[in-house]
Design a protein around this ligand. Structure first.
Ligand code: SF4
Length: 240
């Protein structure tokens, strides 16, 4: 019986569209894909993000900050930042320098501070200080790409999007769930193959499964609840 899983966090490691795909497995059948997702979901029926946020704006900022940075590191700096600038207008007024003063402990802080100041100003100027619910408008914001937009659309607006991070990219290929050479190919495969009713939460379940069980260096197949549904050929069937 695998251990209870912690809550999920939004996809975080940025991958480029041309990222090298890990070794691929035979494509799962649709029934097999549904059974796989049901198996990894069984201990965590209502997954949530680990990032601290209170509203759409603070989630958007937290996700922008989480690129190549752990949720834990982001969570250490956001409370003070959001206390100093709780709204897009206040964040824009704080400016890149002021924001940078709060987030120096996270990776790429200078670029992130600049983007957060710019996106806050854009929210004020173009969206009445609100986070837009449309993908195109989100992706037009500084520092916001498809993956960040997918997280916001999923967590805030309840859309069944699939933000492909390094864990989901690996899982899609390794297990046969949605093999693909690019993050977009894996995303499209997952959206096509995972039953619609499971798709929104599948984003979180897959991240957790990749982070804690189907890990990059050596998957813990011996304690994997989806073992019998997985097409990976080199399963690790005993603890190291
Ligand atoms: S059986 Fe192994 S490779 Fe397959 S999903 Fe589980 S941990 Fe990953």
């Amino acid at each position: 019986m695998p251990p209870a899983m912690p809550r999920a966090s939004p996809a975080k490691t940025p991958l480029h569209g041309t990222a090298a795909a890990p070794r691929r497995a035979r494509l799962m059948s649709r029934d097999q894909a549904a059974a796989f997702i049901a198996a990894i979901a069984q201990h965590n029926p209502a997954p949530e993000t680990e990032l601290l946020y209170t509203d759409p704006f603070s989630l958007l900022v937290a996700v922008v900050m989480s690129a190549q940075t752990t949720d834990a590191a982001v969570n250490k700096v956001t409370p003070a930042l959001f206390a100093a600038a709780p709204t897009p207008a206040a964040m824009a007024a704080l400016g890149a320098e002021g924001i940078g003063g709060h987030i120096r402990r996270i990776g790429l802080w200078q670029a992130k501070a600049k983007n957060i100041a710019l996106l806050a100003a854009r929210l004020v100027a173009e969206h009445g200080g609100e986070v837009p619910a449309e993908r195109a408008a989100l992706e037009a914001l500084p520092g916001v790409g498809r993956k960040t937009a997918n997280v916001v659309l999923n967590v805030i607006f309840g859309e069944a999007t699939m933000a492909v991070d390094t864990h989901i990219f690996r899982l899609g290929n390794r297990t046969g769930l949605a093999p693909g050479r690019t993050t977009r190919a894996v995303e499209d495969g997952l959206v096509r193959r995972i039953p619609a009713a499971m798709l929104r939460d599948a984003h979180h379940w897959l991240i957790l499964h990749g982070r804690y069980i189907c890990r990059a260096r050596a998957p813990d197949c011996w304690r994997c609840p989806a073992l019998s549904h997985c097409n990976y050929k080199d399963k690790v069937l005993a603890p190291p």
